[in-house]
Design a protein around this ligand. Structure first.
Ligand code: KG4
Ligand code: ZN
Length: 340
């Protein structure tokens, strides 16, 4: 691709959890490269992400991912306008690898540095997938660490409607998958095995009593654990597909009901999903059906942009860069960084 002198070409770096990624994105929407090294195979053995191992792998991989992203994009550091890096939220050791690497690059190449909130990155994945998408829109962010419903009023400006009070949706998928013996990461496995279910186990959809936009997933997780223990005590076999589908149905019902309610009450007819769980086929099907009934436009990121990647960080970095929000070399990892 040829770029013009007015183009803003951002090198993005993402290391907040168990993916090491670097990407080159032009003007926030055009991805020239998106190199991703996933550590899933390594953490599988332990049933979840081991922070110390994640940090060590990021250190090993981050420079290689940057080199690959530049090479795949056919650019050099000279062509880069700014370097954007996830500085939170996430695992502190993992975040530090990306932040230190981005600071070193920015210093050595004399490039502006932008600190990016990982959740904002997930939202921006949609701006890459849908080049016509502009705020305002209502967004449900559902990932391994986060569950939020927000109104994106304009680029970089958010109004929080609801959030989880305990576990994130993806975290509940991962824990339930472990309990029914599917292994890590659980979300895609629950999604796949649910399709084999003939008689789903009923779990009550976890609506909170106050009917607001907040979520709670720890109760349904406990209900599944109790169901499994009960069966074990009676020496009965559980059907993993039926448990998985019952759990997924209940979670999807709550997510979709609240998301549609949020769009109706705000009068915004553009509805957006973001984060790893937005890959879920049942969630997408339910969102499609419910939004169609209401005449809403539904948007999802392409699957590779649903889970962690640096292209979405470069996109978010672009919008922050355009607002002049630059970081200096004191930029630090902030494991609990908030966006709203
Ligand atoms: O966005 P992400 O890569 O990481 C965080 O920022 O947390 O999301 C990872 C989460 C994991 O919990 C994973 O199980 C879940 O997304 N996930 C899914 C699916 N694909 C990934 N959950 C349900 N169904 C899926 N198809
Ligand atoms: Zn993420």
């Amino acid at each position: 691709m040829t770029t013009s002198t007015n183009d803003v070409t951002v090198l993005g770096i993402e290391t907040s959890c168990d993916e090491t990624s670097a990407a080159v994105v032009v003007n926030g929407r055009t991805v020239l490269s998106n190199a991703i090294y996933t550590q899933i195979e390594i953490h599988k053995e332990y049933g979840g992400v081991v922070p110390e191992i994640a940090s060590r792998k990021h250190i090993e991989q981050v420079d290689m991912m940057v080199e690959r992203a530049l090479a795949d994009a056919g650019v050099t550091l000279d062509d880069i306008t700014a370097i954007a890096v996830t500085h939170g939220p996430g695992l502190v050791g993992s975040l530090l690898c990306g932040v230190s690497s981005a600071k070193a690059l920015a210093y050595a190449a004399k490039k502006p540095l932008v600190g990016v909130n990982h959740i904002e990155g997930h939202i921006c994945a949609n701006l890459i997938t849908h080049s016509e998408l502009e705020p305002p829109f209502v967004c449900l962010i559902v990932s391994g660490g986060h569950t939020h419903i927000v109104v994106v009023e304009e680029h970089c400006s958010y109004r929080l409607l609801g959030r989880t009070r305990d576990d994130a949706a993806g975290e509940a998928f991962d824990k339930v998958a472990r309990v029914i013996g599917l292994g890590y990461p659980g979300g895609p496995k629950i999604d796949a095995i649910s399709k084999e279910s003939k008689s789903p186990v009923y779990f009550k959809p976890p609506f909170l009593r106050d009917n607001g936009y907040d979520f709670s997933f720890s109760g349904i997780k406990t209900a599944v654990i109790n169901y499994v223990h009960n069966a074990e005590q009676k020496h009965e076999e559980i059907c993993a597909a039926d448990v998985a589908k019952g759990f997924q149905d209940a979670v999807v019902e709550v997510l979709v009901t609240k998301l549609m309610c949020a769009a109706e009450s705000t009068g915004i007819n553009k509805v957006v999903l973001a984060g790893g769980v937005s890959c879920n086929s049942a969630l997408r099907a339910a969102c499609d059906a419910e939004s169609k009934k209401r005449g809403f436009e539904m948007y999802y990121p392409t699957p590779v942009l649903c889970t962690d990647n640096a292209a979405m960080i470069a996109s978010a970095g672009y919008y922050r860069y355009c607002r002049g929000e630059l970081a200096d070399l004191s930029l630090n990892a902030m494991p609990n960084l908030r966006l709203f």
